[in-house]
Design a protein around this ligand. Structure first.
Ligand code: NI
Ligand code: MN
Length: 226
């Protein structure tokens, strides 16, 4: 299993059987080096919540690639109106897809979808635990620190993708506490330095990790395999 960092909270996951995007915010993302048309072959797009820096280019990529969008019920209903195929889930739910299992986890955040005709209810924000090819990955989405993260220790997470930028989400201090709750083998920071208000030093996060957790800072475009 390998995960390529596309900037902000966007990742491209390649498994033995599927190509998956998470939170594909490319257009308008000052960190992004990719364009929607680079992902014409993806099979699934996972969206953690309704904010523009997470839904991103999901609609355009889903139309071009015929990918299935996996997201909460409200966002799935909203996107389905544009004719793309969605698989709605919700928090606490787990479902076995052909590529592996997806579980939606709670996030402390908002999820409204901004449209030209106003705000649309995007349900509750979430994270994802993916169990693919015998490996587990947690993408936290946008979230504050929560006691619910202690439950993730039971999941035996291999790789945790955690926001560290503060202001809208956990900062480094809280992300380090989250790691102590989740106890992943590897922690990868995300959702930092994209905008002025989410400046953070990813090396400071890595230096603060306990000895038994490996910190990996991915530059945009870099891939981590495990
Ligand atoms: Ni957000
Ligand atoms: Mn965000």
């Amino acid at each position: 299993m390998k995960a390529q960092f596309l900037g902000h909270s966007a990742f491209y996951i390649e498994t033995e059987s599927a190509k998956i995007l998470i939170d594909p915010f490319l257009t308008g993302n000052p960190m992004a080096k990719h364009k929607p048309e680079d992902f014409d072959n993806v099979d699934y797009i996972l969206i953690t919540h309704g904010h523009g820096d997470h839904i991103g280019d999901a609609l355009e990529i889903a139309k071009r690639s015929a990918a299935t969008v996996i997201t909460n019920f409200e966002i799935a209903n909203h996107l389905s109106r544009s004719g793309i195929h969605c698989h709605p889930m919700h928090i606490g739910g787990r479902y076995k897809f052909e590529f592996g299992t997806v579980k939606m986890t709670p996030a402390l955040h908002g999820s409204a979808i901004e449209t030209e005709s106003g705000s649309v209810n995007g349900g509750n924000p979430a994270g994802f635990v993916l169990n693919i090819d015998g490996k587990k990955m947690y993408h936290a989405g946008d979230t504050g620190l929560s006691m619910d993260m202690k439950l993730l220790e039971i999941e035996d997470i291999d790789v945790a993708l955690l926001p560290i930028g503060g202001n809208f989400t956990m900062d480094i201090t809280d992300a380090l506490l989250a790691v102590s709750f989740i106890k992943p083998k590897v922690a990868i920071p995300m959702h930092y330095n994209t905008f002025d208000v989410i400046q953070a030093d990813p090396d400071e996060f890595v230096e603060g990790l306990a000895d038994d957790v490996k910190g990996v800072v991915l530059k945009v475009g870099e891939t981590y395999s495990w």
